[in-house]
Design a protein around this ligand. Structure first.
Ligand code: AKG
Length: 266
């Protein structure tokens, strides 16, 4: 799709698919890095290091460990801190021009996360808007979720309600993550929800007001994704009471090539 049509599609529907973003070599590298991060999680836990908190265990699995003895994880936050390959992936040269088309040339990174759904275990993620939880205004961030394995309805691919980024910011409460969670709200027409299946290496970008979630993994295949949220420096940091008044974010593009940019609450 030409760049201009990509932007039009995103503005109309709130999401955009990028087919075949990663090569098979890049996918292999991501998969071995995920294995290394599981080993690291086990080490950090065993030695009681505070960084272990960035590695979240799958909350609804009966087992605590995979068959190979490594912890059953559902999420790794701030991957750039622990992993050079996942830090580099946030600057991928086929991805960044697409994000720049959507929100402009200067890009900061709000979040870098691995969302892991182990085979048979990965729990669902109830519908929500990311901006309901993020202290950033206006709510115009863009997240990309890169499929590191094939993502299907059976293994819990992303689900979206197309056009819901135009609903405005709403309250969603605590995000339910049980096996069958769809939404904790009774006023949402879930019949409009669609699955976004992706080939391994393809990606979906979505607006931070897009209503989205994901199903449980009921399949024998893992569903692992690398998730990055970007924003333009027109977005302000608006912390809630008790949160720090300043926060620094990695610069991904523009802003005179500086490594980090610090935002202060106004
Ligand atoms: O990747 C998923 O399963 C859902 C992720 C998600 O909705 C989020 O982190 O906001």
């Amino acid at each position: 799709m030409p760049a201009e049509s990509q932007r039009d599609f995103f503005e109309e529907h709130g999401y955009l698919i990028i087919d075949d973003l990663l090569s098979s070599d890049e996918l292999d590298m991501c998969r071995s890095e995920i294995e290394r991060l599981h080993v690291l999680a086990a080490d950090l836990e065993a030695t009681g290091k505070p960084e272990a908190r960035q590695f979240q265990r799958e909350p609804h699995a009966e087992a605590t460990h995979q068959d190979d003895g490594l912890p059953l994880l559902r999420k790794v936050e701030n991957t750039g801190q622990f992993s050079e390959p996942f830090r580099t992936l946030s600057t991928h040269d086929r991805l960044i021009p697409v994000i720049q088309q959507l929100i402009g040339p200067d890009l900061l990174l709000y979040r870098s996360t691995l969302m892991l759904k182990p085979a048979h275990h990965g729990s669902a993620h109830a519908l929500h808007q990311d901006s309901a939880y993020w202290p950033m205004e206006p709510p115009t961030l863009v997240t990309v979720s890169i499929a590191l394995n094939e993502a299907t309805a059976e293994n819990g691919c992303i689900q979206v309600i197309p056009g819901s980024h135009k609903w405005g910011l709403q309250e969603w409460g605590l995000i339910t993550r049980t096996d069958d969670a769809i939404t904790s709200r009774d006023d949402i027409d879930v019949s409009k929800r669609i699955d976004v299946p992706l080939r391994a290496g393809s990606a979906v970008c979505f607006h931070s007001l897009m209503v989205h979630g994901s199903g449980a993994n009921q399949s024998p295949h893992p569903r692992n994704t690398a998730l990055y949220a970007y924003f333009s420096p027109v977005v302000r940091y608006a912390p809630k009471e008790g949160q720090p008044t300043q926060r620094s974010f990695p610069v991904i593009a523009g802003l005179d090539g500086q490594a980090e940019f610090t935002l202060t609450a106004s």
